[in-house]
Write a protein that binds this ligand. Structure first.
Ligand SMILES: O=C(O)CCC(=O)C(=O)O
Length: 271
């Protein structure tokens, strides 16, 4: 669907999404999902998150002195600190760290809070291959990249703006699959794409502001960049394997996904 020349994604409620899950997955188009009844987004704040994680220690990527992020390939400086300390720091210095990307598996109370019940009958969602929480202050950015998996990202607190670009758009290129960073774009940020490529790419870009209690389905291999809007922004996302039919068409993705997940495990870092 287009409006003023811009593509608008479909918006549907959660029950319709799960009922037509296979159809939506085949269509490979982003979808906004409302009325999520498995999660109470309004109970989420920093304090509650710290408690669910037993105030665990995080590894965070520091931003550079000008507030920009170097990305993992440049061996960013990392810091370790408790969740509660991180939340106090970002109240004053929202972009001091890139953001916190936290796997939920080591925290049973947290994992239980964000679990998607089996009663919906969608194994991909109730048993995803990875579930992560993403936390950050105003101005943080998740740099442009694609995931080698399917993705459901739920807004628990605050708002985030998602820029979504289809996989085969002319002008977008991934880094080398041998770099452990094969899922990152060769552009750091959408803002750094030069003209005229930027105009061509942005014509196909879907822009969505996700509000508390909403979710977005980001299909396999769609590029996305995420901007953190409010003082505190918390999301949970679920990744599940795309299945043979989708992955077989992208052998390069298979190679980069294997190397990226090895790297992620080795360095305990997301993205
Ligand atoms: O919510 C975020 O900031 C991270 C989003 C993302 O990159 C993802 O869901 O794959």
């Amino acid at each position: 669907m287009t409006q003023n020349g811009k593509i608008k994604p479909l918006k549907i409620d959660w029950i319709s999404f799960v009922q037509q899950f296979n159809r939506f997955s085949r269509a490979n188009q982003p979808i906004i999902i409302t009325e999520l009844d498995f999660i109470n987004a309004y109970q989420w704040d920093g304090e509650n998150l710290s408690e669910l994680m037993d105030n665990a220690t995080l590894t965070l990527m520091e931003s550079q002195s000008d507030g920009t992020f170097s990305g993992r390939s440049d061996n960013p400086k990392t810091s370790m600190m408790r969740m509660s300390d991180y939340l106090s720091i970002i109240e004053q210095y929202p972009t001091r760290y890139q953001y916190a990307g936290i796997r939920v598996d080591p925290y049973p109370k947290l994992a239980e809070q964000v679990r998607i019940p089996e009663s919906y009958g969608i194994t991909s969602l109730s048993k995803p291959c990875e579930t992560n929480i993403w936390v950050g202050g105003k101005g943080c950015i998740t740099r442009i990249h694609f995931d080698q998996v399917e993705n459901l990202n739920v807004q628990l607190k605050g708002r985030k703006k998602f820029f979504l670009i289809p996989p085969n758009v002319k002008g977008m290129r991934a880094r080398s699959p041998f770099s452990f960073q094969g899922h990152l774009s060769h552009y750091n940020l959408i803002d750094s794409i030069p003209s005229p490529e930027k105009q061509t790419i942005m014509q196909q870009c879907i822009e969505v502001t996700l509000h508390q209690g909403e979710a977005i389905y980001i299909p396999f291999c769609w590029w996305h960049e995420v901007h953190y809007i409010d003082d505190l922004n918390i999301n949970v996302n679920y990744w599940w394997f795309a299945g043979r039919k989708k992955t077989i068409t992208k052998p390069r993705v298979l190679l980069s996904s294997t190397l990226t997940s090895m790297d992620r495990k080795f360095r305990s870092l997301n993205l």
